[in-house]
Write a protein that binds this ligand. Structure first.
Ligand code: LLP
Length: 495
């Protein structure tokens, strides 16, 4: 079929627009005999009927397996070169108490970057010693809390923090393990906003300043210097950027060894995943092998002992395990020159997936309730928000008979979708359902309009002062939103 000029270069019309491309979907996803997408043994129509739409669905077994397999791959490769590795799950990708427990069960530690994330990890029962605490502007309260509960490591991000953390540790009569985040200058080949190791940026300290800052850390009796930390960016496909960064970090690491012990080296996260059928990220096992080789070679070259390595991936563990389920509301063919693009609008959008609007991120979509042999049509999956940039999937092909009331699923939404969600246009954030072995359970309930109104201090005032009418308030609080995003009109409430 001729290339549709409205489609991006990389996207060609598929022979069958019902196919679930390999590498994009949770491990258990497949089409049932009836044609519906089924995840964890539960079909999309069942999920929609029980929990409403939009809905985040996480394949629990896949998430747990991905965490365990990643850890095993890194354990194996770093054992091969003669050291060990600590794997932290980057909680910013997607955190709830359940998810934190899945990660700990798989033998991972947890990396948090705010007092809120720390509180969730602690509420999950994660041992404080397994927690690493990041952030370029940790508040004094956050630092105080982290040192009080005894988090395993604090990643220092600026000279000021050396003093603040040392003081807090003294106050709590403890010695706090710390890492120093340095900016290696390696530029990850990814979207500009995702790269976090450019020299001119807010994270970490300048490479050249590290020796004097480490001396300052070592001079504090309430701090224990574990080693350097570096994170070069996110959604990175190959091993080259990590290898370059590891090599630079190890030169600094070797220099620091002349002034005292440097037992560990944290290489950060950032391993990429597939969002479309043409994305081809390196398998985790290859990244593990490549990183182990470079660490071994660089240490041997410098004649220094192998440090314990730490890594902190998020997206590669949870991203592919999650999907978002939507219902189609309206469909509009839009003529553009001689061609047509079908705008398929769903009941969520940039409030549940901000990544396309924020980063120009690409996603894919499939019809979730049925298969059909209608010829593929180029579609743009749009949200329901009052903003033209509210696009969930910029371009993909769906069967041309896609219709209002159909269910559609967007794969690979497990990372940075729920965690970046908002209440734009007063849509409640959708529920999160974990599926496994034919069971589905809500692990985070959806927000209702009552939740949102409860935070508005003017609601009770207006209802008693006669500004507007109480009946308007109560009408709006029981209608509208419930059918679009709060799942409270369904049999199995998510509240
Ligand atoms: N460690 C540090 C210090 C980080 O800043 C990050 C991500 C990670 C680990 C985990 O990176 P991952 O393995 O998940 O790629 N909101 C953006 C991504 C921001 C990443 C921020 N830092 C997105 O949706 O693509």
């Amino acid at each position: 079929m001729a290339h549709n000029p409205l489609a991006p270069e990389w996207l060609s019309s598929p022979a069958d627009a019902n196919t679930l491309a390999s590498g994009l979907w949770p491990a258990s996803a497949h089409r049932s005999d009836a044609g519906a997408i089924t995840i964890g043994g539960i079909s999309a129509p069942d999920l929609a009927a029980r929990f409403g739409t939009p809905l985040y669905v996480v394949d629990e077994t896949d998430a747990r397996t991905r965490a365990a397999e990643l850890r095993a791959a890194f354990d194996t490769e770093f054992a091969r070169i003669g050291t060990t590795v600590k794997v932290y799950y980057a909680a910013k990708a997607f955190l709830s108490t359940e998810i934190a427990r899945w990660m700990v069960d798989a033998g991972l530690n947890i990396d948090v970057c705010s007092g809120g994330e720390l509180a969730v990890a602690l509420a999950a029962g994660v041992a404080p010693a397994r927690i690493g605490f990041h952030g370029n502007n940790k508040s004094r309260t956050e630092i105080d809390e982290a040192t009080r509960v005894g988090v395993g490591t604090i990643i220092l991000d600026s000279p000021i923090e050396i003093v603040r953390v040392a003081e807090a540790a003294r106050r709590h009569n403890t010695v706090q393990n710390v890492r120093l985040r340095v900016n290696s200058g390696v530029h990850a080949h990814t979207h500009e906003f995702l790269a976090t190791s450019h020299e001119d940026q807010k994270f970490g300290v300048v490479f050249e300043d590290a020796p004097s800052l480490v001396a300052a850390i070592r001079a504090e009796s309430s701090l224990n210097f574990l080693g350097l930390h570096c994170h070069i960016g996110s959604q990175i496909f190959g091993v080259d950027g990590f290898a370059e960064s590891a090599s630079r970090l190890l030169s600094l690491h070797a220099e620091l060894l002349t002034g005292g012990p440097v037992p560990e080296l944290n290489l950060g996260g950032g391993f990429g995943i597939a969002y479309t059928s043409v994305d081809d990220p390196s398998p985790v096992a290859d990244l593990a092998a490549g990183l182990a080789d470079i660490v071994a070679a660089e240490c041997a070259r410098r004649g220094i002992p192998l440090p314990v390595i730490a890594i902190e991936p998020g997206r590669v563990i949870i991203g592919p395990a999650g999907v978002t389920l939507y219902e189609v509301g309206t469909i509009k063919p839009v003529r553009v020159g001689d061609n047509t693009r079908l705008y398929v609008s769903v009941d969520g959008g940039m409030s549940d997936n901000a990544r396309p609007a924020l980063y120009g991120a690409e996603f894919s979509v499939r019809l979730a309730d049925r298969v059909t042999d209608a010829p593929p049509a180029l579609v743009r999956l749009a949200g329901k928000h009052c903003e033209s940039g509210d696009i969930v999937v910029d371009a993909d092909y769906l069967p041309g008979d896609v219709a209002p009331g159909d269910l559609v699923m967007v794969p690979a939404t497990g990372a940075y979708c729920w965690s970046l969600a908002s209440n734009y246009n007063y849509l409640g954030r959708p529920a999160v359902v974990a599926v496994a072995d034919g069971e589905a359970r809500v692990i985070v309930r959806g927000e209702t309009i009552e939740d949102l109104l409860a935070r508005d201090t003017g609601v009770s005032t207006s209802s008693t002062s006669g500004v507007g009418s109480t009946s308007e308030v109560s009408t709006s609080s029981t209608s509208g939103v419930s059918t679009t995003s709060t799942n409270d009109d369904v049999k199995e409430t998510t509240r």
